[in-house]
Design a binder for this molecule. Structure first.
Ligand SMILES: [Cu+2]
Length: 239
């Protein structure tokens, strides 16, 4: 249902939507019921000529039931929500599957920096590909991200993944996702982080293995230096 408005492009996106709908349905049921009873009573017990208002304390047994029974039913709904929520929280935030790829994400006022592993597939090596406001990932691969903040708190939010994670200065927070749909989608900072917060948007590009390999090859920083050194070597040879 939510998918009609915001696509789902991660493995756990559907779980988050199901949880939101469950909460909306349970809370919505009680909201509608309460309002119907409330408005019904307002009409039924409205001022009538010759009838005096009663002061009802709600202390008698047959009156107390009106509070106690709904109270226990609401508690049951709470427990249902908590069980579902904890399960999904555990999947999304705590039980990280083994990564195929790890990327680094750095938030700062007011841009996102992304460090992708280069051709060697490893992070923190000299062929890392650094991009501003552009994250390139491969579909159907498990990604870990190491999230950092350089100045103030930011929040890494990818609506199509149903993923949101605060970035906290001084901490490196690891999270995960697995993209399930090709295309480019929005990334937005979701934590008010200063005057430029609204401009702190970026794009995620979800690519097929071939597309991604092409992109990696095209942006390989060591290829560039090899290229320049070849040019320099040619120049030196020519002189
Ligand atoms: Cu921000």
């Amino acid at each position: 249902m939510i998918e009609r408005y915001v696509e789902i492009a991660s493995t756990y996106g559907g779980n988050i939507d199901a949880l939101i709908l469950l909460i909306a349905a349970l809370v919505g049921f009680w909201l509608v019921l309460c309002e119907v009873v409330f408005i019904g009573f307002i009409i039924k017990f409205r001022e009538k000529p010759g009838v005096r208002g009663q002061y009802i304390t709600g202390e008698e047994k047959h009156q107390k039931r009106w509070i106690a029974i709904p109270h226990y039913l609401v508690l049951v709904c709470d427990i249902v929500i908590i069980v579902f929520a904890v399960n999904i929280w555990y999947t999304v935030k705590q039980d990280l599957p083994e990564p195929d790829v790890t990327v680094r994400i750095i938030g700062q006022q007011w841009a996102w920096s992304f460090v992708h592993p280069g051709t060697d597939g490893l992070l923190d090596t000299e062929d890392d590909i650094k991009m501003v406001d552009e994250l390139h990932v491969e579909k159907d691969k498990v990604y870990h991200f190491k999230l950092e903040a350089r100045d103030v708190m930011h929040s890494f939010s990818v609506p199509v993944f149903r993923l949101k994670q605060d970035a906290v200065p001084g901490r490196i927070i690891t999270g995960w996702f697995e993209a399930t749909k090709l295309g480019s989608f929005d990334i937005q900072c979701a934590e008010i982080c200063g005057i430029g917060h609204g401009m702190m948007a970026a794009k995620i590009f979800i690519e097929s293995p071939e597309e991604h390999q092409k992109w990696v090859a095209l942006n390989d920083p060591t290829e560039d230096s090899k290229h320049t050194s070849t040019v320099a070597a040619n120049n030196a040879a020519a002189n």
